[in-house]
Design a protein around this ligand. Structure first.
Ligand SMILES: [Zn+2]
Length: 333
């Protein structure tokens, strides 16, 4: 029977990151932990044990115990939550950068993707290699399979809500992913969230789309929707930088050619400024309306541009972001 060890991050006086009413140490131990244990108790062919919850494995490892003293397990999975700006979102599975993800890493990534979405840099697998984590390196040197799971961002209210609302289903599927054993029975979550039942809408895909990064800037498409009949409203942000103008383009997905452009007023977005680490009051928010009648049946996507050219061309320097994966076919209006 293969045995697996689950470890809750932090503890032993270290609360970990704090946000939205929780600390990492008590979220993993008190919210997720009891559900994981209940599902682990139903395993028939495999076994999941839990590392001493009064201890912080990291501190134990620093003292020469912890990861150095764990034996007899086919894998070790350590749970954490991430923290950054309020707009950072999604979970990911950290493995040692020396390795490729195994089937269990990928299965855990799928669970995170299903319930909280994936942190942008971990797409599409949900895994991310690092070589600077103590426990990760100790287990790697000892030849024991180890992963550190960031369940989502504790700093993001929506991530925390998705985790809490679906905690029993998440716990069940995590135990299945860790062990590879399927569990019967259904989870007790009964929420109105659309995560598991309703198919995702284009709005959902836009909302959940990752922040793009290129050329020293970041951009996020947040809205691409017929808010008023016949009007496609597009919004998001792009920054930082000193470009004078922001433009939103509608592009033809098939030809890659521009269909229309609208200059956006600069919109103050201090949540974005915080995320970018720049001063409050900077206007990196963007918004524009397009008349849908002009683009009937066209498959369109959005491009953001920051430029020094008043007409929205690239003269004087410009940075573009293409949101090709979020194309929409324009209905007749
Ligand atoms: Zn942590």
């Amino acid at each position: 029977m293969s045995k697996h060890l689950v470890v809750f991050g932090h503890g032993q006086g270290d609360p970990g990151a704090v946000g939205n009413g929780y600390q990492e140490a008590n979220f993993t131990r008190n919210i997720l932990g009891p559900r994981l244990k209940a599902w682990a108790a139903k395993l028939k062919n495999t076994q999941v044990d839990f590392y001493n919850e009064s201890l912080d494995m990291y501190q134990q490892s620093q003292a020469g115990g912890g990861a150095y003293s764990v034996n007899g397990y086919a894998s070790v999975t350590e749970f954490h939550l991430d923290a950054a700006s309020a707009v950072a979102t999604g979970g990911h599975v950290i493995i040692n950068a020396k390795y490729s993800p195994d089937a269990n890493d990928l299965a855990i990534g799928k669970v995170l993707e299903k319930y909280v979405g994936l942190w942008g840099s971990s797409r599409p697998t949900g895994t991310f290699g690092r070589s600077d984590l103590l426990n990760c390196n100790v287990f790697s040197n000892r030849g024991i399979s180890y992963r550190l799971v960031e369940l989502g961002f504790i700093s993001n209210a929506s991530d925390v809500k998705k985790l809490v609302d679906n905690i029993d289903a998440i716990a069940k599927e995590l135990i299945e992913a860790i062990t590879g054993e399927s569990l019967g029975g259904s989870s007790s979550n009964n929420t109105n969230d659309n995560n598991s039942s309703k198919p995702k809408t284009h709005d959902d895909y836009v909302t959940e789309s990752p922040i793009q990064k290129a050329n020293g800037q970041e951009a996020k498409l947040e809205l691409m929707k017929e808010v008023k009949t016949g009007v496609l409203t597009v919004g998001g942000w792009q920054g930082p930088g000193n470009h004078k103008y922001g433009f939103i383009f509608l592009m033809d997905r098939k030809t890659g050619k521009e269909l229309a452009r609208v200059a956006s007023a600069g919109i103050v977005r201090n949540d974005v400024n915080k995320h970018l680490g720049v001063a409050n009051g900077l206007k990196y928010g963007m918004k524009a309306d397009f008349d849908m009648k002009k683009f009937t049946n066209k498959n369109v996507y959005v491009m953001f541009r920051r430029t020094n050219d008043r007409a929205g061309n690239t003269a004087g320097g410009a940075v573009d972001f293409h949101f090709k994966d979020l194309a929409l076919t324009m209905p007749k209006r």
